[in-house]
Ligand binder design. Structure first.
Ligand code: G3I
Length: 457
């Protein structure tokens, strides 16, 4: 066949078009080959994690475990680390089911969020009936024992869960823990820090997603106060359970950012969004993008894997359907995570804030008194020591306190010890006139009647 100039140019045109189509296809292949194909891998591109709540009894379900191992890089025990599960009888700890989850996670290279050390709900019956100093000692002992048992294995602890009222009051929830004294939350954080110094320590709550809500503001003020006084808090968890009555607020990213600006990390800890199809997908996309836009948002945890695993199964709030198929919401989250891209990484920095105490303007030093409350059980005890300043403020204190022979101290919090001398640490030496601070310790043996004395400067 003879090629005319017209047919040549047409052939060249076809060839050019074909080449262009081929190049464009190659470019598309390259793009999708670079995009991460799992939630965990796509989140890792910006140094974030993607987690899920896990139930120990589902670890024998191969579909469940298959998705878990493929998609997630962080695990939260859904119920197995709660107080009723870990200390069903006072002083007798039970870690079997929590261990199964922790061991599975670690064997797969996943990290673990510890949920939760102190909560008004899911308390064992022995704790539900407790009040006052006995409860204060019991909860601090619980925090210490559980955090010590898992020391070094937990990425972040939900030290205290859901301690504020819903509604417009902005008040603390009236629980048996709250009735032990308003400082119960900071006491729990200090005990957790002493027990597991390498873990991030979080306050975790729900209905704190809308910046304008009284509960959000109240939690914000508490975190602000803790940071200003050196109470060891590293992060705030936003449970983020959403449904049509409680939708993703328009100011969600603002809330995350404002908390982060206090100098804490923020984490989305129990995400689920009731709904289906594109509406649900776009809500998930918004939440994911809000986290990605906040440098200190470390990661997202969804509260279950398949819709059928959810505590709100009828609302189909998760990323996989009951058969384990990916839903549109899954794709929306994956695409949002991939939109950050492997080259545009966000560096998450954990800063340690050192509170420097200025003594020059302190009032004239005065005296102090010390009292003890002892929670004794067969073979062990927790002692809480209250140091009360006299008529003038004090800058430092030392309690002299001897323990009977046969006792062994196994853990201390909010204090440095040298034999019978128990002295303040950096953050609790300053006590205003007439005010008090508390430290504690746990041990084996019988504490008996204690006779502390206090000196101050
Ligand atoms: O395991 C028992 C089973 O033996 C028994 O037959 C059955 C009868 O009710 O109960 C089973 O235990 C249930 C447990 O979930 C395990 O499925 C409890 O009754 C039930 O109360 C418990 O619910 C959990 C709930 O916390 C309790 O407050 C949900 O699974 C869990 O998803 C949910 O998680 C909470 C977070 O910890 C905190 N934020 C809110 C979130 C949702 O409520």
């Amino acid at each position: 066949m003879k090629l005319t100039s017209r047919s040549v140019s047409r052939a060249a045109l076809v060839s050019t078009v074909l080449t262009a189509v081929t190049l464009s296809a190659a470019a598309l292949v390259a793009t999708s080959a670079n995009a991460a194909t799992t939630l965990g891998a796509s989140a890792a591109q910006s140094d974030r994690y993607f987690g899920t709540a896990v139930a120990a009894f589902k670890l024998s379900d191969s579909t469940y475990v298959g998705i878990l191992n493929r998609e997630f890089t962080m695990v939260t025990p859904e119920n197995e680390m709660k107080i009723d599960a870990t200390e069903p009888t006072q002083g007798q700890f039970s870690f079997g089911n929590a261990d199964r989850i922790v061991n599975h996670a670690r064997s797969q290279g996943m990290r673990v969020r510890g949920h939760t050390l102190a909560w008004h709900s899911q308390q064992p019956s022995w704790m539900q009936g407790m009040e006052g100093s006995a409860l204060r000692s019991a909860i601090l002992n619980h925090v210490t024992q559980v955090a010590t048992y898992y020391k070094g294995k937990i990425y972040a602890w939900d030290v205290v869960n859901e301690a504020f009222e819903d509604g417009s009051s902005g008040a603390r929830r009236n629980s048996n823990l709250q009735r032990t004294g308003n400082d119960w939350i900071e006491a729990a954080f200090r005990a957790a820090r002493a027990a597991d110094p390498g873990a991030k320590l979080c306050y975790n709550d729900y209905n704190t997603d809308d910046w304008t809500h009284a509960k959000t503001q109240a939690v914000y003020r508490m975190v602000q106060d803790f940071k200003s006084r050196g109470v060891p808090i590293d992060c705030v968890g936003f449970q983020s359970h959403f449904n049509p009555q409680s939708p993703v607020p328009s100011n969600y990213q603002t809330t995350l950012q404002n908390f982060a600006n206090l100098g804490v990390d923020v984490q989305i800890t129990e995400l689920d969004i009731e709904g289906s199809g594109t509406t649900q997908a776009s809500n998930y996309e918004r939440v994911t993008k809000a986290c990605l836009a906040v440098t200190r948002c470390n990661g997202i945890t969804v509260w279950g894997i398949r819709d059928s695993d959810s505590w709100r199964a009828s609302g189909t709030p998760l990323l996989f359907d009951g058969s384990g198929n990916k839903k549109p919401a899954y794709t929306a989250v994956l695409d949002a995570l991939n939109s950050v891209g492997p080259t545009s990484t966000t560096t998450t920095t954990t800063t340690t804030t050192t509170t420097t105490t200025t003594t020059s303007s302190d009032p004239v030093p005065g005296g102090c008194t010390a009292t003890t409350s002892v929670n004794q059980w067969n073979g062990g005890f927790v002692v809480t020591v209250r140091v009360t300043a006299g008529s003038t403020a004090i800058r430092s204190w030392t309690v002299t306190l001897a323990l009977p022979s046969g006792t062994t101290v196994t853990g201390v919090w909010n204090v440095q010890r040298s034999g019978n001398q128990w002295s303040n640490v950096s953050y609790n030496g300053n006590v205003a006139a007439g005010q008090y601070t508390e430290f504690g310790f746990q041990g084996t043996g019988t504490a008996g009647t204690l006779s502390p004395t206090c000196t101050a400067a």
